[in-house]
Design a protein around this ligand. Structure first.
Ligand code: NAI
Length: 799
């Protein structure tokens, strides 16, 4: 007879299934057939449709209508019609709807959790304890932003009609992340859930109906990528918000390039999970369970790349393997399981294929001897070791329960490995040494960093990526800005299709004459690259005329090669400049202002040739004032600290973006240049600026000012020439992290198209003219926000 102790160890869990009868009743009440929710009413299911299944059993849950372009159009029209009245409500009135939404989610928590689990395959423990509470919290938190809108966002208004496309890994949560801020800010919404998991969004549409949300404010339509594309392409949508694959993110960037639609992208990741040799390894293993086996690893910010310090690697692997033996894979409705089903056969095959590729590339694959359900889309938790940093499985998002591991020796090597990815969504750092942890957190290129923790989320803390993980943030104040525009930048007309970008010639450009101008003669201005005056690679310059058509000088005709040199110079200094203290940057800006005052007469005289003496004087004087303003801002546009409801603080740090390409406007050649370049450098970015091509001779005075102001070489680079050609090279350059265009609509479209390669951040004026003389429009936080990106660092804090 076995002892009690032996019995204890050999005991198996009995099944503890959650009751699905309420959900089945709900599905039956809808005859297991769903249309779209448009203008406050359900449409009939007619025309094409698709089935949504329970991935754990293969059972069909319901039939869902597929929206075509005309359905999308009806939804957009309903949203447009509902917009004025919704915008006209007070923040408090909108807050009450969001509050009611949150209450109703809580009242139906159990039904929603079961529905989510049935449709997605995620464990009921997670949908009940994580997804649903976060959904409710998001609506409550944003009820608060609606309430405080006038107070906290003065001078801003809603964007308008918003099209939202969400993925299948967190159907309810992504719905909340998208809809709550959009409605709080006074937008109306057309949202499309993913085709694998449409049901919970429809249940939330029903909640919108129950709480009496005015019709048309929220429209939910179903379908696959085609329906998504129809939303993206609809001409009467003002903003697209997307969460999903980087591949589709690129398609959407391209599809919206020739429009003035605002865009935010929440894309993939390959987030490093960095473990130092002094980490508490047992906690680390629990962290890994939440990092990569949470939601079957179908998490954009999953800690999918384990980077472990060599000395403890084997020890950690042992611990991981024994923990993996205890992970329970099984029916998602079972309250005692850890790992549920993969959402769809397509995803299952993809995961399997990638693991096989990993093994072919030399990785060692290990899986525990856990009991697996006989049918359904279940994938064993998997550990890949001996992985080469350049291999497919180390670089590509697997989006499954597969942990990929590599080792490092020093903190510097850890940072290098961590950043050796095109993504930049999240990172985890495990160490008992606060110096090491925070030092690494500062250097990792990721929008979210968890110190001794993983996969924590809160409505008050922004979430979103660096690099090819997308741009824009969700949650917190920064998330609200994605759904607001400054009143002066409000779109007055429906989104129009922008003209085809053309490579234009500078005004007065004459190929023959230009070619004939021997380079190097007297009045020829040079390019400014890496803190040095540089001759253009082409050897050509172009004539610059004053406003009366008189030749005033020659400007160097920069080309692609010059841009590449300038980007390299900017790249080389950007990390160092970003680390210069804000106080130090402020000092340099003050010095620039001082030197502009010194050269006032000279600069005004030169500028007067283009804009007349009166404007020239004003541009200079305002320019000095603007320089002072950004010197002042340099150490005042700071981050914040959030207090999420757990034993953590979140440091929302405003970081420089890196290297910024700027296409400057023609209308205020000096002030426009300063208004864009200064906020960028004040925040620690390095810049490659293309000045107004008509007035490029002016730049010689500016670089003399920079030269004498202690500005490190390479922080500001100036390449004159054809803005359209240079802008295209800049926009396409992989070492440019953000591109700003404040020229015409064609230039806006061109830089958006060019940005697709590395998904750099794009900011343009959409061809709208800006009053550079009005500080309310042309100076301040609006500019500083575009010059920074927020990194949210979660740090253990308190009891
Ligand atoms: P996906 O990006 O194709 O789907 C996400 C959403 O976009 C769905 O609603 C889909 O209908 C829609 N969509 C698809 N094509 C579209 C188009 N051309 N225009 C507009 N909308 C479109 O992602 P998918 O195929 O479901 O998953 C593939 C991979 O993407 C995964 O293995 C994973 O690596 C990644 N992924 C990342 C997510 C994240 O949260 N970062 C979420 C889902 C997938």
């Amino acid at each position: 007879a076995s002892s009690i102790v032996e019995k204890f160890y050999s005991m198996e869990y009995g099944p503890a299934p959650e009751d699905a009868s309420e959900v089945n009743k709900w599905l039956d009440a809808h005859k297991r057939s769903f249309g779209h929710y448009i203008d406050g009413a359900w449409t009939q299911v007619s025309g094409s449709s698709f089935e949504t299944r329970n991935p754990a059993t293969g059972e069909v849950l319901a039939k869902i209508a597929t929206a075509d372009a005309s359905d999308v159009d009806r939804a957009v029209k309903a949203a447009r019609a509902a917009l004025p009245a919704w915008q006209a409500l007070t923040g408090h009135q909108r807050a009450r709807y969001l509050y009611a939404f949150a209450r109703q989610v809580q009242k139906h928590a159990r039904r929603l959790a079961v529905l989510e689990t049935l449709d997605n395959g995620k464990s009921i423990r997670e949908s009940r304890d994580i997804d649903i509470p976060l959904v409710a919290r998001h609506f409550y938190h944003h009820a608060g932003w609606a309430q405080l809108l006038d107070e906290e966002f003065p001078g801003y208004t809603s964007v308008g009609v918003v099209g939202q496309i969400i993925p299948w890994n967190f159907p309810l949560l992504m719905f909340a992340w998208k809809v709550a801020p959009a409605l709080a800010a006074g937008n109306t919404v057309v949202i499309k859930p993913a085709e694998f998991t449409p049901l919970s969004a429809l249940a939330l549409a029903e909640i919108a109906q129950e709480i009496g949300l005015p019709k048309g404010v929220l429209n939910v339509i179903n379908g696959d990528g085609k329906t998504g594309a129809a939303i993206v392409e609809h001409t009467d949508i003002d903003k697209i918000a997307f969460t999903g694959s980087t591949e589709v993110g690129r398609i959407i960037r391209k599809a919206t390039a020739k429009t003035s639609k605002k865009l935010s992208l929440e894309l993939g990741g390959k987030s490093p999970f960095i473990v130092f040799d002094d980490a508490d390894l047992d906690s680390t293993v629990e962290g890994l369970v939440d990092g990569i086996w949470f939601n079957q690893g179908q998490v954009c910010c999953a800690g999918s790349r384990l980077l472990v310090q060599e000395r403890v690697a084997e020890k950690l692997y042992d611990k991981i393997r024994s923990r993996m033996e205890t992970l329970r894979v099984g029916s998602p409705l079972d309250k005692a399981i850890d790992i549920g089903a993969i959402v769809d056969q397509i995803q299952y095959d993809r995961i399997k294929g990638l693991v096989e590729t990993g093994v072919k590339e030399g990785a060692t694959c290990w899986q525990p001897e856990v009991t697996m359900p006989e049918k359904g889309l279940f994938f064993k938790p998997t550990l890949l070791t001996n992985v080469h940093p350049a291999s497919t499985v180390a670089q590509e998002e697997i989006f499954g329960p597969v942990l990929v591991s590599m080792t490092f020796r020093t903190p510097a090597e850890a940072v290098e490995l961590a950043n050796n990815t095109t993504y930049g969504l999240a990172a985890c750092v495990w160490s008992e040494n606060i110096n090491v942890a925070l030092d690494v957190a500062a250097q990792v290129k990721a929008g979210v960093v968890w110190v001794n923790a993983t996969n924590l989320f809160d409505a008050a803390c922004g979430f979103g990526g660096y690099r090819e993980s997308g741009y824009g943030r969700e949650g917190g104040k920064e998330g609200m800005y994605e759904y607001l525009v400054p009143v002066h930048a409000e779109r007055k007309t429906a989104a129009k299709t922008l003209p085809e970008p053309v490579i234009d010639q500078p005004e007065g450009f004459d190929e023959e004459r230009s070619a004939a101008v021997e380079f190097g003669i007297d009045r020829t201005v040079k390019l400014y690259i890496g803190g040095k005056q540089a001759r253009p690679d082409s050897g050509y310059s172009y004539p610059v005329y004053d406003r009366n058509g008189q030749l005033v000088g020659e400007a160097p005709l920069g080309n692609r090669k010059d841009i590449r040199n300038a980007v390299e110079a900017a790249r080389n200094i950007s990390a160092k400049w970003a680390k210069t203290t804000a106080h130090g940057r402020a000092q340099i800006l003050y010095y620039i202002a001082e030197n502009m005052v010194q050269r006032r007469a000279e600069i005004v005289a030169k500028l007067a040739a283009f804009v007349g003496p009166e404007q020239a004087a004003i541009e200079l004087d305002y320019g000095v004032e603007r320089t002072f303003a950004y010197a002042a801002w340099a150490d005042k546009f700071e981050g914040s600290v959030h207090n999420p409801p757990m034993r953590m603080v979140t440091l929302a740090m405003k970081e420089a973006i890196g290297t910024v390409g700027i296409l400057c406007p023609d209308d205020a050649p000096l002030l426009g240049f300063l208004s864009l370049v200064l906020p960028a450098i004040a925040m620690g970015n390095a810049v490659v600026a293309v000045p107004s091509e008509r007035c490029a001779t002016l730049m010689s005075d500016l670089y003399q000012v920079f030269d004498t102001s202690d500005l490190p070489g390479g922080v500001v680079n100036i390449v004159a020439g054809k803005a359209s050609e240079l802008g295209k090279t800049l926009a396409e350059h992989d070492d440019i992290d953000a591109i700003w265009s404040f020229r015409d609509e064609a230039a806006s479209a061109m830089v958006k198209l060019g940005s697709i390669g590395n998904l750099k951040q794009v900011w343009t004026n959409e061809g709208r003219s800006i009053d550079w003389f009005d500080p309310a429009q042309a100076e301040g936080r609006y500019f500083l926000r575009h010059a920074t990106q927020i990194k949210n660092i979660w740090v253990p804090y308190g009891e």
